[in-house]
Design a protein around this ligand. Structure first.
Ligand SMILES: Nc1ncnc2c1ncn2[C@@H]1O[C@H](COP(=O)(O)OP(=O)(O)OP(=O)(O)O)[C@@H](O)[C@H]1O
Ligand SMILES: [Mg+2]
Length: 341
């Protein structure tokens, strides 16, 4: 890395799903502003994100959010060194709003344009919280659309170790919460009510894939919970929603912890970072703390506001692209299925 570079100010934009976000980040680690406009209230009544509504709301909000981010950072456009934007993965219409705004700014201000992978962004949220954190480390990325175990070899150098074969962890939380009538998004509600439930009330399946010890499968777990609920209802058996939630949550956390620890031992690294919306889960953090203490591993996870979608994490990832000359041009597009490796 070129240590001569200093005071690189990047305006980052994130619109991959249902949050309109802008942030100014200096040198990849210092957040000067971080504005997040959540659309959750708009989508809640439908029980999940409606792509068309998300895109329209991004269009209405994006300019205001960018202005707010610049104001809060006490910056003028002339103080910026680059414009960064999430270019995938995500909802194509939603991504296009951010990409178009970033291209307009890059062209108008004659600044480099940096396209950032959203999953890379989630991982980089840890660089903001831990100023000394450097690769290599193993990262567990658990979000609404992804469940990946990734080896971070270096800045921007990733190796996929394991991934979900079907539902993502966050998706499983959201689907089970819906069946339990708890609303959207399900993760935070299940996390909260599980504290009042018995995690050992029932043993739900752990879903393993033969020959692939680091992969996950959450679809069977979700179906097991749904079938269990139907059976109890048909039999007229009483149950506590809190017990179902706590038992489900334990199954997810156990699987994530077991397989990540297996991978860390195999790869012989001593640092684990958690990333993505599900890394906000209190049981997940607790379990990882316990096992990392026992195994002598260092554990890192972002503060709650950097676990779910935000543009600060995009600004952090963008900095490492910028100093390695990984810049885009105006042909940059939205890539809904972009992968990290
Ligand atoms: N405390 C929590 N416990 C469990 N899950 C949580 C918690 N807080 C948020 N989540 C889950 O995190 C997900 C949202 O995370 P995030 O914003 O990273 O996902 P996304 O951006 O929609 O998907 P992706 O990052 O894969 O594109 C939702 O599924 C939500 O239920
Ligand atoms: Mg996300």
């Amino acid at each position: 890395m070129d240590t001569k570079l200093g005071n690189v100010n990047i305006l980052a934009i994130e619109t991959s799903c249902d949050e309109t976000c802008a942030s100014v980040v200096r040198d990849g680690r210092e957040v000067l502003s971080n504005i997040v406009a959540s659309q959750i209230d708009l989508h809640k009544i439908y029980g999940g994100v409606v792509p068309e509504i998300a895109s329209r709301k991004h269009i209405q909000t994006i300019s205001i959010i960018i202005e707010e981010a610049m104001d809060e950072a006490n910056m003028k456009f002339a103080d910026l060194d680059a414009i960064a934007v999430t270019c995938g993965p995500g909802l194509v219409g939603a991504l296009l709003v951010g990409v178009s705004a970033a291209k307009g700014l890059s062209y108008g201000l004659d600044l480099p344009l940096i396209g950032v992978n959203h999953i890379e962004g989630h991982i980089c949220a840890n660089y903001i919280e831990y100023k000394d954190l450097e690769p290599p480390f193993l990262s567990l990325v658990v979000s609404g659309g992804h469940s990946h175990i990734i080896m971070v070899e270096d800045y921007g150098v990733y190796r996929l170790i394991g991934q979900t074969r079907d539902d993502a962890a966050g998706e499983a939380f959201d689907k089970v919460a819906r069946v339990l009538g708890l609303g959207y998004p399900g993760g935070p509600i299940i996390d909260k009510i599980s504290a009042k439930g018995d995690p050992y009330w029932v043993e739900y399946p752990h879903g393993s894939i033969e020959g692939h010890p680091y992969d996950f499968s959450f679809s069977g777990l979700k179906t097991a919970v749904i079938n269990h609920l139907h059976t109890m209802e048909q039999r007229g058996e009483a149950f506590k929603v809190e017990d179902v939630a706590a038992s489900f949550q334990r199954a997810v956390v156990d699987v994530l912890a077991e397989r990540t620890i297996l991978a860390v031992k195999k790869l012989q690294v001593d640092k684990i970072t958690l990333a993505g919306g599900v890394s906000a889960n209190s049981k997940l953090r607790h379990e990882f703390k316990k096992v990392c203490n026992k195994e002598g591993l260092k554990l890192y996870y972002p503060p709650l506001n950097l676990c779910t979608d935000n543009a600060a994490m995009i600004g952090s990832a963008a900095y490492y692209n910028y100093i390695n000359d990984k810049v885009a041009d105006l042909t940059l597009n939205a890539y809904p299925n972009l992968t990290i490796v």
